[in-house]
Design a protein around this ligand. Structure first.
Ligand SMILES: [Zn+2]
Length: 548
């Protein structure tokens, strides 16, 4: 793959697999355009990391030919990585007013706001970025102002749907602009890169309007304290919950930073306009329980979220118990089941009634069902279909549906470079891919030394030995051993290991003692030997050699 390559190609860097972190690249005659830049939350597979994002090394090396980054909507898996990865991309960003508002808050927190040029594009707007002629087409999704992106190029038109669904009652924002999709289909579409998340569900998508009605009825019928947890970015849902609360004579209190941030971004863009500002925890002190509804973060069982802390009864201001209700107005993201169940279990133990979408209509998906997909294919009529945003079984099911609709479906792994035109579509190259983990304030490669060591320590513990030697390399005093996460400090096994380690380093030949590095390696081997088989573990070992 070279910058000089002519034609049009597509390269996903993070959209497939259980943890979808979108970072898509299009190349037109040597110039690159990025679409979305998101994070994913790690499941049980990678306990050493919580927040993951695609490794952008491929495009970072070519950032001079990257003309821009377009954000399709304000979900974390589409824009959550921007503040972390922008220093490697250094390109202008294009987004709708709502996504821009969310992004500005994140860039502000990362002290990048003054460096990043954000072009705010109205929903449905036309704009040019480098050689790409672009158009936003409004779609319905569980966040305001979600847009499909149309890329018009001399080699053909690509429809990049982003996340979308059909909903004739979306409550906030317009319905998916099907007439526009039909008109674009009439122009002729080379390829459609399309959301696969909800392909296993048939029939029409549930409407947000039906959730609003059901939520109002449910909240009106409940006594005691009520807490509702949902995704902060689902402004239509936040509005539905707030309206239901008011209809039931309850004031709304917002708990958790992400809900508070999203409320600010939403109001900045004119959403929630006819609802009074939500109360903070401090404001709500004087409001009696039966007059209050709490909106709370933590629908995915995040351990530090407000809901997890309330469930464990360690929240500083809020406690729930007998007679109170928690409503989960959200789906459980695959991988989070155990964490969510643990929180629900703790709540139930406290006597709290937990209600989910299994009990009442309190949630509908923001993604297209197979019926929605068929409808869109019938309008857009792409020659090529590239299913994206899902695990392999979602992608293959979507591909079969696309073939039925007359498209040539092509399945890609992250890193596959798909040449779309000229000529037949084919995978022509593979770009390096990987995942970066957010570790405190740093980004670390998941496959790198630090996190590999963390993983090893997590499962096998660590043994650290220190010893002092004189100029000649002879040991002075007794070596010290510590084994955090493996042995208690007073475990007799520690003493045994220390003694055996001391004996083993005595036996290291003189010629290995002159150079610190060789001596240390030999001492590590001695330490591993001293650990022996008794623990039946292979902990991470390290040795500190001090020449005195
Ligand atoms: Zn989304």
């Amino acid at each position: 793959m070279t910058e000089e390559q002519s034609g049009l190609s597509f390269l996903p860097l993070g959209g497939t697999g259980e943890i979808g972190m979108n970072l898509n690249l299009y190349q037109l005659d040597g110039v690159w355009l990025a679409v979305d830049c998101g994070i994913g939350f790690s499941g049980n597979d990678t306990p050493e990391a919580e927040v993951l994002m695609p490794d952008p090394v491929f495009i970072a090396e070519r950032h001079k030919s990257l003309c821009g980054l377009v954000i399709t909507h304000a979900h974390e898996d589409h824009l959550g990585a921007v503040a972390h990865l922008w220093p490697q991309l250094r390109c202008p960003i294009y987004a709708t007013p709502f996504a821009s508002a969310v992004l500005r808050r994140k860039l502000g927190e990362a002290h990048l706001l003054h460096q990043v040029k954000i072009h705010t594009i109205r929903p449905g707007g036309h704009f040019e970025v480098g050689p790409f002629n672009l158009e936003f087409v409004p779609v319905t999704h569980s966040v305001p102002e979600a847009q499909a992106l149309i890329l018009r190029t001399p080699h053909g038109t690509v429809v990049h749907t982003g996340d979308w669904k059909l909903d004739n009652e979306p409550v906030v924002g317009p319905v998916t602009d099907l007439e526009r999709f039909r008109a674009i289909g009439d122009e002729g579409v080379l390829a459609m890169v399309c959301d696969s998340t909800n392909v296993f569900k048939g029939g029409p998508s549930g409407t947000e309007g039906s959730v609003r009605d059901s939520m109002a009825e449910l909240i009106g019928s409940l006594k005691g304290r009520i807490a509702v947890t949902c995704f902060a970015s689902n402004v239509a849902r936040v509005e539905s919950i707030a309206r239901a609360a008011r209809a039931a004579g309850r004031e709304v209190m917002v708990v958790g930073r992400s809900l508070r941030n999203l409320e600010v971004a939403a109001r900045e863009c004119g959403y929630l306009a006819d609802l009074p500002p939500f109360l903070t925890e401090q404001d709500a002190n004087t409001v009696p329980d039966h007059r209050l509804l709490m909106m709370i973060t933590g629908s995915q069982g995040e351990p530090r979220s407000a809901l997890s802390r309330i469930a464990s009864d360690v929240h500083p201001n809020i406690s729930l118990g007998e007679g109170d209700t928690v409503i989960y107005s959200s789906r459980m993201i695959p991988g989070n089941e155990q964490a969510v169940m643990a929180v629900q279990d703790n709540l139930t133990r406290r006597g709290v009634t937990v209600l989910t979408d299994k009990d009442h209509l309190v949630h509908v998906s923001g993604h297209a069902t197979s019926d929605d997909l068929r409808h869109l294919y019938s309008l857009v009529r792409p020659k090529i279909s590239v299913p994206t945003h899902g695990e392999w079984r979602h992608l293959t099911t979507h591909a079969a549906l696309a073939r039925d609709a007359g498209a040539e479906a092509i399945l890609l792994e992250d890193g596959d470079v798909l040449s779309l035109a000229p000529g037949r579509p084919e995978i022509v190259d593979t770009a390096p891919t990987g995942r970066l983990a957010l570790d405190g304030g740093r980004l670390l490669p998941m496959t790198g030394g630090v996190l590999a060591a963390r993983r090893k320590m997590l499962f096998n513990g660590m043994v650290l030995a220190s010893f002092a030697v004189d100029d000649e390399g002879y040991v002075i005093g007794e070596p010290k051993i510590s084994a955090p996460g493996l042995l208690e400090p007073d475990d007799p096994e520690s003493t045994r290991i220390s003694e055996e380690f001391a004996d083993a380093i005595d036996e290291i030949p003189d010629e290995l003692r002159r150079d610190d590095a060789t001596f240390r390696d030999a001492a590590k081997t001695a330490l591993r030997r001293a650990l022996g088989r008794k623990l039946q573990k292979r902990p991470l070992v390290d040795v500190h050699l001090l020449r005195v």
